[in-house]
Ligand binder design. Structure first.
Ligand code: 13P
Ligand code: ZN
Length: 272
């Protein structure tokens, strides 16, 4: 079967990156069955040929009116599709969608009529915010990292102190995730309530933790989004390893952490 990627090398590079990350999510054990989803704002690599492709399925509602999304295009994982399959066949386990003029509906334009992820409300409302705020961030990624989800099962970790604990596990955590972890109380997967609460937290954090479910990250590239989650989950893993060895880890001192903040000139809000 011919795929749109054959004649669009820039698009192919982006989708290959999605496929590579999907493979890592599976290898990490973060993507059981159809767990997790990803969207990539590909508007910059869409040429006139792609722009004018006919819809291959009837337009469907987004569930909200997202006015900044007019004329944008996204690669989206298909609902019910597996990351391990997407890693090998990204265009059979995901699709390219075009946001319609009304900013309230979308159409699938390639390659197959694979229905987008059930978390589309969270993904698209965040892309709407990113575009509206002039951000260079183009991807959003949701996955189920074991250690971070495990922490979220204790209400004692559902606060800002958890970020400080994670930062103190190894210097790189603070250096590479300086905005830390935002927390979203449990909400129904795929719901608008989850989307709204995620948007609130994503403005000021590197990664958002969905209580008893997973995480959500936005970044410039899919690889960067994966790295953000990996860095914070590694810190959670170290914390849990120490706990399972029978002690509470000391954590780096406040002085050592301040030194890192100064040396790395770390941002205190999301860079656009
Ligand atoms: P989808 O298969 O619809 O993307 O759902 C996976 C998931 O993780 C929902 O939170
Ligand atoms: Zn999920």
């Amino acid at each position: 079967m011919t795929t749109i990627l054959e004649y669009h090398p820039e698009l192919k590079a982006v989708i290959s990156e999605c496929a590579e990350v999907a493979g890592y999510l599976w290898q990490k054990g973060w993507a059981e069955r159809n767990g997790g989803n990803m969207t990539y704002n590909i508007t910059d690599v869409v040429d006139d040929e792609i722009r004018n492709l006919p819809a291959i399925a009837p337009a469907r509602p987004i569930g909200e009116v997202l006015s900044h999304l007019r004329g944008t295009f996204f690669y989206v994982k298909g609902t019910g599709k597996r990351m391990r399959d997407l890693a090998r066949h990204p265009m059979r386990n995901g699709s390219i969608i075009r946001i319609c003029e009304d900013c309230a509906t979308y159409e699938i334009i390639a390659d197959e009529a694979v229905l987008p992820t059930s978390e589309l409300p969270s993904h698209l409302s965040i892309h709407d915010y990113l575009i509206g705020s002039g951000s260079k961030y183009k991807v959003s990624l949701h996955t189920h990292p074991i250690e971070l989800v495990a922490l979220s099962h204790n209400s004692g970790f559902l606060n800002e102190q958890t970020t400080r604990t994670l930062w103190s596990m190894i210097p790189e955590t603070l250096a590479f995730a300086p905005l830390g972890l935002g927390i979203v109380p449990y909400a129904m997967p795929g719901s608008l309530r989850l989307a709204e609460a995620t948007l609130e937290q994503v403005r000021s954090h590197d990664v958002v933790l969905w209580e008893k479910h997973g995480v959500f990250a936005v970044e410039k590239t899919m690889m960067d989004a994966f790295d953000q989650i990996d860095v914070l989950n590694k810190a959670a893993n170290i914390y849990m390893c120490a706990k399972s060895m029978g002690f509470t880890p000391e954590g780096m001192t406040a002085e050592a952490m301040k030194e890192i903040q100064e040396v790395f000139h770390l941002p205190t809000e999301r860079p656009c």
